[in-house]
Design a binder for this molecule. Structure first.
Ligand code: 3H9
Length: 645
């Protein structure tokens, strides 16, 4: 039984127990409706507390039911029964109250929460809008602008903010269940059902903000629908607004975007799982070492510090250590400015950070992440030093983005403790972590990688060893295809415009200008020296670099950068056209569709090859990587989902 009804004197307690996250599946909905019906027949009951067993309040509708024929009772009907119940219901919230879970709480007469709770309506992130009264009830409790933010961005708020907004009535002091009982015994005056109240009047900033949020969502449908539903809630009688909301919700549930986003939701959770790790406990992890304090190493150190680890950063000289410290402190200062850290937690975070120049400073580290220059000799030398200096069960990880980790692992006595942890820059911001699986790696090292990803709040994807692993290998393939299109007749800004229109936040060439063209240039030179240049090699990027055009930092790259704008540059057009002529290629125009077709076909073919070779465990891992590493539009479901969808 996933819903239990008990009584204590004049108080009834309805407990939802549906692991893992108390989703509102059919059995829970039926249980709640049944409880509401029974309670209406119990005149001795003066108040009803609804709470959850386990780690969280209700996390929403059961996403696994999406795509199946809906089974009654439907959530809106269950919530109306609760809202109109004879005795007032009180939601006692701990963990997260999300989506349908928050809608359940909104249908209650009162809401109280554990101070650590989080409340949100994340339906837009699944291509939906709240479908059980969320858009109608929320603006009857909180300011229209606050409702707009919550419903259209999908971002949850913490309990303190929720109380300040008027979303919850009280923060629990001490044990939530006990607090709920005492709240129920001393109920405030009954404010009546939420639907019976007038919606808040939007201020002048409501409409401009709504339009800005719609523009920001670009190709995604649900944010616009969410704004429309909220506008209806603010202007129509409640019953009509509820009907509007429901119709929009049902239409969106059948929209390919919501199917795609549900696919991504489950794909992201699956990508970080490996059969061989079933039953393997997460190793102890509190002390992290980082070797190399450049942009990547400093970002990794900051990411670890921000999530509570003790971090020691190793550099070669005192000057380099000082520069690394400055970088890390810069990131932490920025986190303080943005309110991620309070002055107190900022000081505590700094206190957990040390720099060093001797490897023995890493003797206590549970995990050491190497982020030094991409050179096999340098990396092997670092690993040999770590092997001698670190405790024998420390896991040693390399952040290499394309070197052979098997060869790096051979530099230590026990290769079982070497794993790849490939972060994306900036490491404290980007969500993806590729956990690279060398041939001789042990379960403990892999479990350490998975544990780190979880603690850092990152999305982990396991990848086999190959040149570029999953992300950079696909990136190399479609970059080469884009370069071939340049030779064949397209221009960089045409390719970028096609990608942006498709839904990427930025085109490939604009992104390269931002990152700088010199790193890839150095890599190409190294490959050429190793005789690894393909027959159809395109020289255009090299010609740009040779002309001193290294991207935004030199004011010129694929674009001309002037006054903060990236402008098409006739010099680049001339350079590209000259190269086509030199190769005897007759240039033809490409439409945006043709450009995207070629990019997608290349990504899908490379993705399939990666799956076929066993580098990725499943096609959906490719989707997770493309979305989280390169901004492939999430609402498309990713390249492989698009192909099979
Ligand atoms: C909605 O509510 C629509 C309504 O407005 C209208 C109705 C009419 N359903 O993420 P985790 C599973 S739309 C089914 O690893 P965490 C998840 O797959 C919904 N399953 O843990 C995983 O299973 P497994 C709006 C769900 O602690 C396990 O729970 N709600 C659901 O890092 C643990 O998940 C949302 O969008 C679900 N709703 O994070 C909330 N949620 O172990 C979506 C989770 O078998 N959920 N599972 O792989 C979340 O944001 C996070 O899961 C949560 C926990 C924060 C709750």
């Amino acid at each position: 039984m996933s819903v239990q009804l008990t009584t204590e004197g004049r108080i009834a307690i309805v407990t939802i127990d549906n692991p893992p996250v108390n989703a509102l599946g059919q059995e829970v909905r039926a249980g709640l409706l049944d409880a509401a019906g029974q309670l209406d027949q119990m005149p001795e009951i003066a108040a009803v507390i609804v709470k959850c067993a386990g780690r969280s309040f209700v996390a929403g509708a059961d996403i696994r039911e999406f795509g199946k024929p809906p089974q009654p009772p439907h959530l809106p009907d269950v919530l109306l029964a609760i809202e109109n119940a004879r005795a007032p219901w009180i939601a006692a919230i701990h963990g997260t109250a999300l989506g349908g879970g928050l809608e359940l709480a909104l249908a209650c007469r009162f809401r109280i929460a554990d101070p650590r709770a989080r409340l949100g309506l994340p339906e837009v992130t699944l291509g939906l809008i709240p479908g059980a009264g969320g858009t109608v009830r929320l603006p009857r409790l909180v300011a229209a602008e606050d409702a707009l933010e919550m419903i259209v961005t999908g971002k949850p708020v913490n309990a303190t903010r929720a109380q300040a907004m008027g979303l919850i009535d009280a923060l629990a002091e001490g044990d939530l269940s006990e607090f709920a009982k005492s709240f129920a015994q001393n109920l405030p005056d009954d404010p009546g059902p939420v639907l019976g109240r007038a919606p808040k009047t939007p201020g002048p900033e409501f409409e401009p903000r709504a339009e800005a949020l719609i523009r920001r969502a670009r190709g995604q449908n649900s944010p616009r629908a969410a704004v429309d539903a909220l506008r209806a809630a603010l202007s129509l009688p409640a019953d009509q607004a509820l009907a509007r909301e429901r119709a929009k919700f049902l239409a969106l549930r059948d929209d390919p975007q919501s199917k795609a986003l549900s696919h991504v939701f489950f794909a992201e959770r699956q990508a970080g799982r490996l059969d061989r790790l079933k039953g393997v406990d997460a190793p102890e992890l509190s002390d992290v070492g980082v070797v190399g304090g450049g942009t990547m190493g400093a970002g990794i150190a900051a990411a670890c510090l921000l999530r509570g680890f003790t971090v020691t950063l190793l550099e070669q000289t005192h000057e380099a250590a000082k520069a690394a410290r400055d970088r890390v402190e810069g990131i932490l200062a920025d986190s303080l400015t943005r309110g991620v850290l309070t002055p107190r937690s900022h000081a505590a975070t700094l206190a957990r950070f040390a720099t060093a120049t001797e490897a023995r400073a890493l003797a206590r580290a549970d995990l050491v992440i190497e982020a030094v220059f991409e050179d096999m000799g340098v990396k092997r030398e670092v690993f040999a030093r770590l092997d001698a200096a670190c405790k024998s069960d420390a896991v040693l990880a390399s952040n290499t983005s394309y070197l052979d980790i098997n060869e790096i692992a051979r530099a230590v006595a026990d290769p079982a403790r070497v794993v790849g942890l490939h972060f994306f820059s900036p490491a404290h911001v980007m969500k993806l972590l590729e956990i690279v699986v060398p041939d001789q790696v042990g379960d403990r090292a892999l479990a350490m990688g998975a544990a780190l990803a979880k603690r850092l709040g990152k999305i982990a994807v396991f990848a086999g060893v190959c040149d570029g692993f999953i992300a950079n290998r696909i990136m190399s393939a479609y970059r080469a295809e884009c370069e071939r299109m340049l030779e064949a007749g397209a221009l960089p800004w045409e390719i970028d415009a096609a990608m942006v229109e498709f839904g990427f936040p930025m085109g490939l060439f604009r992104m390269q200008d931002l990152a700088g063209l010199d790193i890839a240039w150095a890599m190409r030179k190294r490959r050429a020296a190793e005789g690894r240049q393909p027959a159809d090699y395109v020289r255009i990027p090299d010609l740009l670099c040779e002309a001193g055009r290294l991207g935004q930092k030199t004011g010129r790259g694929w674009y001309l950068h002037q006054d903060g704008k990236a402008l098409p540059d006739p010099e680049v057009t001339a350079l590209i056209e000259a190269e086509s002529a030199r190769k005897g290629i007759t240039r033809t125009r490409f439409s945006a569709d043709q450009i995207m077709n070629r990019i997608l076909t290349t990504i899908q073919a490379e993705g399939q090859a990666i799956v076929d070779e066993g580098i990725a465990a499943r096609a959906s891992d490719i989707d997770v990587v493309m979305i989280n590493a390169f901004g492939f539009p999430r609402w498309s479901g990713g390249p492989m989902h698009l192909h099979d969808g």
